[in-house]
Design a protein around this ligand. Structure first.
Ligand SMILES: [Zn+2]
Ligand SMILES: [Zn+2]
Length: 78
């Protein structure tokens, strides 16, 4: 389970037994959540934190936007 702070909700995780850092894509319209496991995002965070002497232990990146379905709806609704 992961906590999504911006939705104040929990979502199931495809790999609950395996500790991992997560990035979430949250649709602001239908509130669907996609879990993204992007090594490049985590590398960028660590790369930015290292010069500050900060050791990253946990990351939960929440990206808000529109999923493909809702993008189509917004376009057709005008
Ligand atoms: Zn997960
Ligand atoms: Zn959506």
């Amino acid at each position: 389970m992961h906590r999504i702070a911006s939705l104040n909700a929990f979502i199931g995780c495809p790999q609950p037994e395996h500790f991992h850092r997560c990035c979430f894509l949250i649709c602001r319209h239908c509130r669907s959540v996609s879990e993204l496991d992007s090594a490049s995002i985590h590398a960028a965070i660590e790369h930015s934190a290292n010069p500050l002497g900060f050791q990253v232990e946990q990351e939960s990146v929440e990206v808000t936007g529109l999923c493909p379905n809702c993008q189509q709806q917004e376009r057709s609704d005008g």
